[in-house]
Write a protein that binds this ligand. Structure first.
Ligand SMILES: [Zn+2]
Length: 304
């Protein structure tokens, strides 16, 4: 590899910038994740050990690095620190680096691309938070899902306002067939439709499950998350994310059952609490980026 190739600064620098800022925001995400379920303020007090209460020093609070330096234990009381902390910081960091790369190499004017990257970053941040909360608490709080729906609609409006962004061909056809033209208004309308459809899918399954088993299947939090996915991703990507999430959850449940050898009746199996929201949030993030395309760009950074 030649020095020249290293100096693809126009991609490497923003990617690094995205990674560093992403790590910091991932660290903040950890604060929200830990304090929100307890009903604590996310602003006060300063970062502290959840067991001994000692306030962390600056070097114990560096995303990812501190966990490695401390070898996953509190400096004061030796309490284990969950590997979820550095994992979430790493995930946010990588995702934001991807957002920065797409912001640079995507289509459209600079303003459109930067807006796109920023919107992706917000979406990814929310999804990682929801994935973590549902994983740990089986909880998708309204305080996150509802604003995500609103932000998704706002983004669609903003995107349609930017001249170079036009709805996909399918959307145009759909619009024409009902006598509408592609405008900001119709873009938001399509997003509202996708959001309602997303929530509808979960509600129908929920109803069907209740009719058959007289028990709650999917939660209402899942319905709100699906509405957010519809608003952000549009109808077809939302459906893709849903199918992939259900498949992923099913495979994960099978593997888990296989590994743990959970021997109970089929009845107990059916009530196995599955964090479907975690899978939904992860597949939604995968929908945002084109993995093959991203891989090529990352590889182009190193090998040419
Ligand atoms: Zn401690």
């Amino acid at each position: 590899m030649r020095m020249q190739d290293w100096l693809q600064l126009e991609i490497a620098f923003p990617a690094l910038f995205g990674a560093v800022v992403g790590a910091v925001f991932g660290s903040f995400l950890n604060v929200v994740r830990v304090r929100m379920p307890e009903g604590e303020s996310i602003a006060h007090p300063r970062s502290h050990c959840t067991r001994c209460g000692q306030t962390l020093k600056w070097w114990q609070n560096i995303p990812m690095l501190s966990w490695l330096l401390l070898r996953g234990r509190c400096h004061f009381c030796r309490e284990k620190i969950s590997p979820l902390y550095p994992l979430i910081e790493l995930a946010t960091s990588l995702l934001w680096a991807c957002c920065a790369v797409t912001a640079l190499t995507g289509g459209g004017t600079a303003a459109v691309r930067i807006a796109q990257g920023a919107a992706q970053a917000i979406f990814c941040w929310g999804m990682v938070l929801l994935a973590a909360l549902d994983w740990e608490q089986l909880w998708l709080p309204d305080r996150i899902t509802l604003p995500m729906i609103g932000l998704g609609l706002l983004w669609q409006w903003l995107r349609a306002s930017m001249a170079s962004q036009v709805p996909s061909v399918l959307q145009m056809e759909l619009l024409r067939s009902v006598g509408l033209h592609a405008t900001r208004g119709t873009a938001v309308l399509m997003a509202v439709f996708a959001a309602l459809a997303g929530a509808g899918i979960v509600l129908v399954i929920r109803l069907a499950y209740w009719l058959v088993r007289r028990r709650e299947g999917m939660g209402l939090g899942d319905a709100k998350l699906m509405a957010a996915l519809g608003a952000w991703l549009g109808f077809s990507a939302m459906v893709d994310a849903f199918l992939a999430a259900v498949l992923g959850a099913f495979v994960a449940a099978m593997v888990w059952l296989g590994v743990v050898r959970w021997r109970r009746s089929g009845e107990a199996w059916a009530s196995l609490p599955l964090p479907l929201g975690t899978f939904l949030a992860l597949t939604a993030v995968a929908e945002v980026f084109d993995p093959v395309w991203l891989w090529k760009h990352w590889m182009a950074l190193f090998f040419r």
